[in-house]
Ligand binder design. Sequence first.
Ligand code: 2OX
Length: 446
Amino acid sequence: DTIPLQHGAHRIGNRTDADMQRWRDLRFGQFIHWGVYAIPGGMWDGKVYNGAAEWIRSWKEMPHEAYDQLYKQFNPVKYNPADWAQQAKNMGAKYMIITTKHHDGFCLWPSKYAKYTIANTPYKKDILGPMVEAYNKAGIDAYLYFSIIDWNHPDWRTSIKSPADSMAMARFKVFVKNQLKELLDRYPTVKGFWFDGTWDESWKNDGAFSDELEQYLQQLHPGLIIGSRLRADEKGARHFDSNSRLMGDYEQGWERKLPNTIADVHGNDWEGVMTVPENQWGYHQQWFGHVKSANELIEMLVKSASLNGNFVLNFGPKPDGTFRTEEQELMRNIGRWMQVNGSAVYGTGYAGLEKPDWGYYTRKTGTDTVYMVVCNVPVNGNLRVKLPAKQSIAKAWALEQPGVALQPELVSRDEYFIPVEQKVYTSPLVIVMKLEQQQRGQGNFE
Ligand SMILES: C[C@@H]1N[C@@H](c2cn(-c3ccccc3)nn2)[C@H](O)[C@@H]1O
């Protein structure tokens, strides 16, 4: 039996409206973390910061006063949003999430509610407007990342320890509402918010406000898509309310990790966000540890779609407004594969088949078209395809050779082998299958 909640989930099950279906069909997004933290780029005073570059202000080696002067040097003279949008389009991204304000509180737009903004840098001009416009022009939807944590604002509190704290936080919440309305007024084509920095007590213990804020934004801009990270219920439960019901429009907890099985997603819409190095969102001059390859990231993207989720890959532009070469290279290499094989990702979801060893199945939503994305070619030269009872393969072909029908061999009841060419593969191979209900009497297996 459920606990009565005023500020828990207000909907059971996924959203069924067109805006949400559009979000699902996009499947592949580009995250951009850009701000003052790009200037030090993970280094200060000749020393390397081993944490995430966008957190450098919290590093003991970086005096707050020193960081808080850096905005006076922010001048991305090479910033060219049309070029960014073109590179993202070439990569195959269908939506983009941009940090309007990260935890440091620096605003990439000339907010009239703050001084710590782009307006007071040498660059002066609004960064967000031209970016949203350029991406939308390239056919890419725009979403706004917004950090509730704001290290720059005098009224932000991580916890409420006194009446003075309560009054400060009350002022801060008005400031948050004002900035969010300002963002919607300035950039009306945005499709949603990506909230972050909502783990502190001050927020967790104010579930009512997070609920009111979500409803306020939906009234301002019906159809907005907002993930579960914004929300807490009145008992301090986050993402899932005290009755284990998902709050928000999709599960937003998959940060630098992905679900492994369809059971892990509990039937909810979800989105995974991923860094190229192990844990850098903002620009870091020295990437250390494992840097993911195009094929690794393509596999994560396909794995996400195969489990009914979206995949968002992060980029951290340099202080001059350009992407580092490794990131430009990645966008080209991922794009080359998406150019040919994107139909195995866009508008697809969980195929309802048992996960095979050789890779992933995705199903074009609502159809009998199933894609086989082969990441591990079996040494026995055959792709084993196990179908639910009474289903069979009507047709199968390699996506790149639509005219050449493959010959699946029925090797046991509802199980086929599809031969796969033994050669060097430099990227995942995609095979398309049309499934059908089994004709009566086909196959002579008991
Ligand atoms: C999307 C990512 N979320 C921000 C983040 C993550 N975290 C964090 C904090 C504590 C534990 C694990 C992760 N803190 N800030 C990162 O800075 C980046 O913006």
